[in-house]
Design a binder for this molecule. Structure first.
Ligand SMILES: Cc1ncc(COP(=O)(O)O)c(C=O)c1O
Length: 442
């Protein structure tokens, strides 16, 4: 497993850099790199976000939706069997138990409520694994706003169940990107639609990606995960965890849980990216571990790109991680040294998917299985150094019902030969970023 290590001397957030600025920068990352057509829509959204994010009534309405509709607080579960196997104290934050089966509902309820306040007549969204699409269709149905969901054709195949769920919920599902279409194609199509229909349409983005204010807004809605988890962990374990793990696609569940522990600088915050078949181009989606700074879909962040700055094809067994970029705040956190990222291979994620299912009776989403695998490796590494029985927290971002057919298919395939892993070149942002790739809003 490849690791992007944090440097010990940089464990704290650097005080000199500006974070979460009014322009949407996290250090040098983030911003709004979009076509001029979208600027008025982003300004309108930002103004609404600024108003409602400090509005008590909005906050109370959202809290009621979280508790009475979505099922918050989600449980913190001690995993006794995994703990015995790994020789650790393993705790799971159970976002899989929420309504619609993943953390995505935290964000869609927040944004759909905002769309309702903004009196928008139509919601559009992109989806990869379908979980965000389902959560959007659900929130849109509740708010009585028609929804149209863009989904890559390859994702439509591997997440057919979620596509049907969205239709049942009254949403229109549109396949995009040709035969191999994935999340990136879906985001591009949604941005194109938004540029054409800015007046009456709300673009409900599904992760902490895209132009300002989306990364801040989505992270804020998801930070409920970390706030709850920290209090629950203190209550159950009587101490803080040594490390917190979450998978990173666009990065919203990871930011959500990390936010509860950012100031606890003794707690390791570890994001699990999709290492796919290995870190050679086209075989993974590990933007932070093996990407470079560049602009994708409206923000300056780490992206997987070819030598001339074009977005490279990516791969993951998990549709929700199959994305060539990552939220800009993760790029900043990586650079600051507060977080670290590891690339988990498809095979390791599949094993973790089975191990959690068999040992605890919890079938995780394939995305979440990446976090489980990263945690297992972390415990094994500590054990080699003689450090025993660490208390750790893993974010189970979603449940695996959507993945069982795909996993059955994958387990029946002949074992693929291992690809020799290339050691990624240093990715710290020491040179001028590539800003050639502006995929959204054209
Ligand atoms: C269950 C689940 N976990 C994680 C992710 C990755 O998204 P993010 O990195 O924004 O949390 C997805 C995306 O679809 C998902 O469905």
């Amino acid at each position: 497993m490849a690791t992007k290590k944090k440097s010990d001397k940089l464990k704290k957030l650097p005080s000199k850099q500006k974070v979460d600025t009014p322009e949407g920068y996290f250090g040098e990352f983030g911003g709004r790199f979009v076509s001029e057509l979208l600027i008025p829509a982003l300004d309108e959204l930002n103004a609404a976000w600024k108003k409602y994010s400090v509005d008590k009534k909005f906050h109370n309405e959202l809290t009621a939706l979280y508790t009475e509709y979505a099922g918050r607080p989600s449980l913190l579960t001690y995993a006794p069997n995994l703990s015995a196997r790994w020789k650790a104290q393993v705790y799971l934050k159970r976002e899989d138990l929420l309504h619609t089966g993943s953390h995505k509902i935290n964000n869609t309820l927040g944004q759909a409520l905002l769309a309702h306040k903004m009196k928008k007549k139509r919601i559009i969204a992109e989806t990869g694994a379908g979980q965000h699409g389902v959560a959007t269709a659900t929130a849109a149905a509740l708010m009585k706003i028609p929804a149209q969901i863009y989904m890559g054709s390859e994702d439509l195949r591997r997440q057919a169940l979620n596509s049907f769920r969205m239709k049942l919920l009254g949403a229109q599902v549109v396949g995009v990107g040709g035969e191999k279409g994935t999340l990136r194609d879906a985001v591009n199509e949604a941005l194109r639609d938004w540029a054409k229909n800015v007046d009456d349409t709300y673009y409900l983005i599904g992760s902490a990606i895209g132009p300002h204010p989306y990364p801040t807004m989505v992270r804020t809605f998801q930070s409920i995960i970390g706030r709850e988890a920290r209090a629950q962990f203190m209550k159950m374990a009587g101490k803080l965890p040594q490390a917190v793990f979450a998978c990173v696609g666009g990065g919203s569940n990871a930011l959500g849980i990390f936010y509860g522990f950012l100031k606890d600088t003794k707690v390791d915050l570890i994001g699990a990216e999709a290492g796919g078949r290995g870190l050679t181009p086209g075989n993974h989606s590990a933007s932070l571990t093996a990407g470079k700074p560049g602009v994708l879909q409206g923000a300056l962040t780490y992206i997987i790109q070819s030598g001339d700055g074009q977005v490279h094809n990516v791969h993951s067994i998990s549709a929700g991680l199959d994305y060539p970029g990552v939220g800009p705040e993760h790029a900043y956190l990586l650079k600051s040294g507060r977080t670290q990222y590891v690339a988990v291979r498809d095979k390791q994620a599949l094993e973790a998917f089975q191990e959690l299912s068999e040992s605890e009776g919890i079938i995780p989403a394939l995305e979440s299985a990446h976090a489980v695998a990263a945690a297992k490796n972390y415990v094994a590494d500590l054990s080699k150094k003689g450090k025993k029985n660490p208390a750790i927290l893993i974010c189970i971002s979603g449940r695996g019902d959507k993945d069982v057919e795909e996993v059955e298919r994958l387990l029946a395939l002949p074992v693929e030969p291992e690809i020799v892993e290339e050691v990624p070149t240093a990715q710290q942002f020491t040179t001028a970023p590539t800003v050639k790739v502006i995929a959204g809003g054209e």
